[in-house]
Design a protein. Structure first.
Length: 288
């Protein structure tokens, strides 16, 4: 029989569960506002593209330093920023949309990362890089997640106003300030940095789900931007908590379990959300 203790007992008894919970909660809080702005700026698929793009850098870091957190972080960050910068350069030079440029570049990056891992001559489970293991979060990784999450929240607070104006009315921002490109650059850097630190815990593919699913679900619960970010953060934290419990009690992979719970919360939001939810939509008028 399910009791209240089942929801807390694993985190009280096991250190690795507490680390996984704390790391997942801070990651959810830092990725939530980024995901909301990605949706508002119609850049939802960029997170997925960048998540694939960090693989060559992480593979190079593993080649030279093994499973070293600084090497993997620096390599993944360099590769992600390089891919985003290259896509932006192609967009400015050719007029091709940025999402199309990223969609063309990220398969190249993914293939290059797989080849580098094969040439390294060392054994590294590719599934660990792609899907991660939240239950294997150690102290250095947890500290890195805490620093990145804290820095992301502070940076988002600093660029909030110019980023909001650049999202809603970029032409007006150009007439009153030159902070638009800077805010966009800082925003993309934060996206890459959170994906890099997150892929080491729940995997390169799974961290995108934690960034985008709660943000997409929040759109069905409010129209106000501050509330959207708050709701997205709460949904992300709830996904981490329930996903870790699901993984613990049923011996399931932790990363996919977290994203599965986030997916269920998104579907529930689609159906029951007060803002354009399926059950809250006004009935269609019919002519008789």
């Amino acid at each position: 029989m399910l009791t209240a203790t089942h929801f807390w007992q694993p985190f009280l008894e096991f250190v690795f569960m507490r680390r996984a919970l704390l790391g997942g909660l801070v990651l959810a809080c830092s990725t939530a506002p980024l995901g909301v702005f990605l949706i508002l700026r119609r850049m939802s698929l960029i997170g997925d593209a960048v998540a694939h793009g960090i693989l060559p850098g992480a593979a190079l870091g593993f080649w030279f330093a093994g499973l070293s957190l600084p090497a993997l972080t620096i390599g993944g960050l360099g590769a992600g920023l390089s891919m985003a910068g290259l896509a932006a350069w192609i967009t400015r030079r050719t007029g091709l949309r940025e999402d199309a440029s990223l969609a063309a570049i990220y398969p190249i990056s993914l293939a290059a990362g797989v080849l580098i891992l094969g040439m390294a001559g060392k054994r590294l489970d590719l599934l660990h890089l792609l899907f991660g293991s939240a239950l294997a979060v150690d102290s250095p990784t947890l500290n890195g997640m805490l620093w990145v999450s804290g820095a992301s929240l502070v940076a988002m607070a600093l660029i909030y106003r110019p980023l909001l104006l650049d999202t809603l009315d970029p032409l007006f921002l150009q007439t009153v300030s030159r902070l638009g490109p800077l805010a966009h650059g800082v925003f993309l850097t934060l996206v890459v940095l959170n994906l890099v630190i997150g892929f080491q815990a729940i995997g390169a593919l799974m961290v995108v789900g934690l960034m985008m699913l709660p943000a997409a679900a929040s759109r069905f619960w409010s129209r106000r931007l501050p509330l959207l970010m708050l709701i997205a953060g709460l949904l992300g934290c709830l996904s981490v908590w329930l996903g870790l419990l699901l993984s613990f009690y049923f011996s399931l992979p932790s990363g996919p379990s977290i994203i599965l719970v986030a997916g269920v919360l998104y579907l529930l939001s689609v159906v029951f959300g007060p803002v354009h939810g399926l059950l809250r939509r006004p009935p269609l008028l019919t002519s008789q």
